[in-house]
Ligand binder design. Structure first.
Ligand code: HEM
Length: 468
């Protein structure tokens, strides 16, 4: 029996989890930290989970002991889904090789440079046109936003984009939604405890395994199409680079470049890159409707800085500090991570006086950091000033850990930041977002899941005078 940091007894943990619908509600973790301190243990479905609560504990683990906390727990369910391939659900040599390749290749394809930025600007323009077609009538913004965001990834990975009503694309989006929604549900936890459960009841798992299959099959189909038209010396996209790498390292016994890792990498980039960025943008527009004063201030800043037609680039964020601060505040205030992506210790470690054994699942509670009254002036209030200094200049705060930190920090962090800025500024330059007539309130509670988007809502995108 290994020794873990203190925490509520196993039965109490289980009762709390059942009480909140088989999901660990972020508030419960904050409450538990008040009793047991910033590093405590709760008992999850089949194993102890050590929670790092508050900035000091998360930083100590993820940044100071970056290598020791660099493992990813691969539970029975995720093992069945991803087979320890790709980047998100792999470990050791495979993870190191695939992650490094992913980072280097995304950079080559224009991450932080002009390449990806042009693609994002084009997608932002398409999104503005889609909203404009509704002519101010109520629309659900989720599908158009997901379409535009995932098209940025599609262009990088597959070399082409999809139109918003493409059947194949809609199937992929549905698959992502089904996969993300399944995380943390009762049947998910049941699988973690009894991995053989599918032999007895298969129906709850058909949708989620089917969803994973839709994305992987699509990845394989795209790969085959690339093989038929090889890139030779001038790779066009992620798949081209990967196929060239496979060829280069075919005689290297340590190589992990193969078809299975490629398909899983594609799925990782596609799922991780779509769901997160689009949920943040959906929250952003919702918060603009509920905070018209902030919306107006942003519109004035954008108008003064860029007029009605100048192409907006990420570099321009310096001319729009209030807007950039608001984007960061959207991320803090509507923290889309249930807690933080779980990690695993790869050796025994002592942090802040607590001993944590090798192989322990770690949950860095990013949520607790986002609402910590010691860090933020008005933690429960949407307040862009959290990211501004007294002269109104943007202040980057290391306490915003939405992309994780340390050895496994988000691979798409820079790309996501560019996307959020360019999509958000283009939309707010073109429209004023309002609730449909007669609607007085909108649900501001998140949908609990692996990521936490808002519930579906409708908005009216009213064209601004210079854009009508
Ligand atoms: C607002 C948008 C995004 C947010 C909030 C976000 C957040 C995160 C977080 C919290 C992690 C886990 C890091 C950790 O374990 O500490 C992660 C990992 C990852 N993200 Fe993102 N992400 C975003 C966008 C993207 C995009 C656009 C891509 C793809 C281009 C991407 C690809 C990945 C990958 C591949 C990993 C796995 C890294 C690893 O395990 O080594 N993400 N992301």
């Amino acid at each position: 029996w290994k020794k873990y940091p203190p925490g509520p007894p196993m039965l109490l943990s289980a009762v709390k989890i059942v009480q909140c619908g088989f999901r660990i509600h972020p508030d419960i973790l904050v409450e538990t930290a008040k009793q047991y301190g910033s590093i405590f243990t709760i008992w999850g479905a089949s194993q102890p989970l050590v929670i790092l609560s508050g900035f000091e504990a998360v930083k100590e683990g993820l940044i100071k002991h970056s290598e020791i906390f660099s493992g990813r727990p691969v539970t029975p369910f995720y093992k069945a889904i991803a087979k320890e391939k790709g980047i998100v659900f792999s470990n050791g040599h495979t993870w190191k090789q695939q992650r490094k390749f992913g980072l280097v290749t995304l950079r080559k394809l224009g991450l932080g440079k002009k390449g990806v930025e042009n693609q994002i600007q084009e997608e932002a323009q398409q999104l503005v046109e889609t909203f404009a077609r509704a002519k101010g009538q109520p629309i659900d913004p989720s599908i158009p936003i997901i379409n535009s965001v995932s098209n940025v990834i599609c262009a990088l990975v597959f070399g082409h984009r999809y139109s918003v009503d493409d059947e194949e694309f809609l199937k992929l989006i549905k698959a992502i939604e089904n996969g993300v929604k399944f995380g943390g549900t009762f049947f998910h936890l049941l699988y973690e405890v009894i991995p053989g459960i599918m032999k007895y009841i298969s129906w709850p798992y058909k949708t989620v395994f089917g969803a994973a299959d839709v994305v992987l099959s699509h990845a394989r189909k795209e790969t085959e199409n690339h093989r038929k038209q090889p890139a030779q010396h001038d790779p066009r996209d992620f798949i081209d680079y990967y196929l060239l790498q496979m060829e280069k390292s075919k005689n290297d016994p340590t190589s992990t470049y193969d078809d299975e890792n490629l398909a899983q990498c594609i799925s990782d980039l596609f799922v991780a890159g779509t769901d997160t960025t689009s949920a943040t943008l959906q929250w952003g527009l919702l918060l603009m409707m509920t905070h018209p004063d902030i919306q107006e201030k942003i519109q004035k800043e954008i108008e003064d800085a860029f007029g009605s037609s100048q192409l907006i680039s990420y570099q321009d964020r310096k001319k729009a500090p209030y807007t950039f601060a608001t984007i960061h505040e959207i991320q803090r205030f509507k923290c889309i991570l249930l807690a933080g992506n779980p990690r695993e210790t790869v050796q025994d470690v002592n942090i802040l006086g607590s001993f944590i054994p090798k192989g322990t699942t770690i949950v860095p509670d990013v949520h607790s950091v986002c609402y910590d009254p010691k860090l933020w002036e008005t933690p429960q209030k949407f307040n862009p000033n959290h990211f501004l200094d007294k002269d109104g200049q943007f202040v980057d705060r290391e306490e915003l850990l939405l992309f994780g930190a340390g050895a496994r920090v988000c691979v798409g962090k820079e790309m996501a930041k560019i996307e959020l800025f360019i999509f958000f500024t283009n939309l707010l330059r073109a429209f004023t977002f309002k609730l449909p007539e007669g609607v007085k309130e909108v649900n501001t509670e998140p949908v609990l899941g692996l990521t936490m988007p808002p519930h579906h809502y409708k908005l009216c995108a009213i064209a601004r005078p210079s854009n009508s």
